[in-house]
Design a protein around this ligand. Structure first.
Ligand code: ASN
Ligand code: ZN
Length: 330
């Protein structure tokens, strides 16, 4: 079925004024990205609620009191994530079949979370504390959408070490999408949830350079890490990805200061996020399986880097050194 392509204007809360893929006349239906649609649950917790429609093609006003604002943020985050997977990894949509998922915003009342669901093939966002901090930033959208990608590829079981790797995959790809987007209001960083003020004190939810900065996540692997919450056992893999991308020690990227330690005390030289993201994605989609653990993630990423860059390459050495730096040896 033919549909006209429209380009709307979104006045988002976290990403400034952006263009949105919309359909006449008008709805938040992204006809160029698998017909991804964004719905307003309006406080509900089931079904789709109503598709966002409007008599003009301008959406939201940058404030959470305007119901369209969170819709604009979520629609934009889904578009960026779609473009990232398509243009960087050659993957068309979460299942790789060109079909868009959908987004639901304004879930429940003051709900402080967002989630992916395989059963609806959709992302859902709460409005945050006092309904004033919707969890619709670019990194949260990319994190949730990536749970769908993981579910449809490696299928990493959401508990134990594979659960930590599942969570880390979402944080890793969220960082990669943020860098890819290069939005002036939300530049790429190795922080998770730095825009949504989920802690109420302006600090991020998670840190990839030194995960323990959040007070709960682990910087390095240890036997028994599989029994902690998956959002904390993700720490070592997030740390691995930071080290592989940027290297150890102190560094400033896009105005954010990082200082990444290594558990073996040896320095790691980074290879840049553009290569690191390819290695992780190739491992996720061709090496990891549902029960992959940290040791298996090392084997899988070394194999992926070897296929991409060759045995004995600097990239393979960096992968090995970054795993050693979080206490995952050969
Ligand atoms: N926002 C959380 C996440 O995506 C929801 C959950 O705990 N699964 O990780
Ligand atoms: Zn998650």
């Amino acid at each position: 079925e033919w549909q006209a392509i429209e380009t709307g204007i979104g006045n988002t809360m976290y990403s400034g004024q952006v263009t949105l893929g919309t359909a006449p006349s008008y709805s938040l239906t992204d006809t160029t990205r698998g017909n991804h649609k964004t719905y307003n649950l309006n406080g509900g917790t089931s079904g789709t609620g109503t598709l966002f429609t409007n008599s003009t093609d301008t959406w939201g006003n940058g404030l959470p009191s305007n119901k369209e604002t969170a819709g604009a943020d979520a629609h934009y985050g889904a578009a960026l994530t779609w473009d990232y997977y398509k243009n960087v990894h050659g993957r068309s949509g979460i299942r790789g079949d060109g079909v868009g998922a959908y987004s639901r915003v304004h879930y429940g009342n003051a709900y402080v979370n967002a989630f992916w669901s395989d059963s609806c093939f959709c992302m859902t966002y709460g409005d945050g504390t006092n309904n004033t901090k919707p969890l619709t930033s670019i990194d949260v959208a990319a994190h949730e959408m990536t749970h769908g990608v993981t579910s449809n590829t490696a299928g990493l079981v959401y508990s134990g070490e594979s659960g930590g790797l599942n969570e880390a995959t979402s944080d890793i790809m969220a960082a990669a999408v943020e860098f890819y987007a290069n939005n002036a209001n939300d530049k790429g960083d190795y922080l998770v949830g730095e825009k949504i003020d989920i802690r109420g004190n302006g600090t991020p939810l998670r840190y990839m350079d030194k995960p323990s900065k959040d007070g709960s996540s682990k910087d390095s692997w240890y036997s028994g890490i599989g029994s902690i919450d998956v959002h904390y056992s993700s720490g070592p893999a997030n740390h691995f990805f930071y080290l592989l991308s940027e290297g150890s020690g102190a560094k400033t990227v896009n105005g954010v200061n990082y200082d990444s330690p290594t558990s073996d005390g040896l320095p790691v030289t980074g290879i840049g996020i553009d290569k690191a993201r390819l290695i992780w994605f190739k491992a996720l989609t061709t090496k990891f399986t549902s029960n992959t653990n940290y040791a298996g993630a090392r084997t899988g990423t070394v194999a992926a880097a070897t296929e991409l860059y060759g045995a004995g390459s600097a990239e393979v050495t960096a992968v090995e050194n970054a795993w050693a730096a979080i206490n995952v040896g050969s």
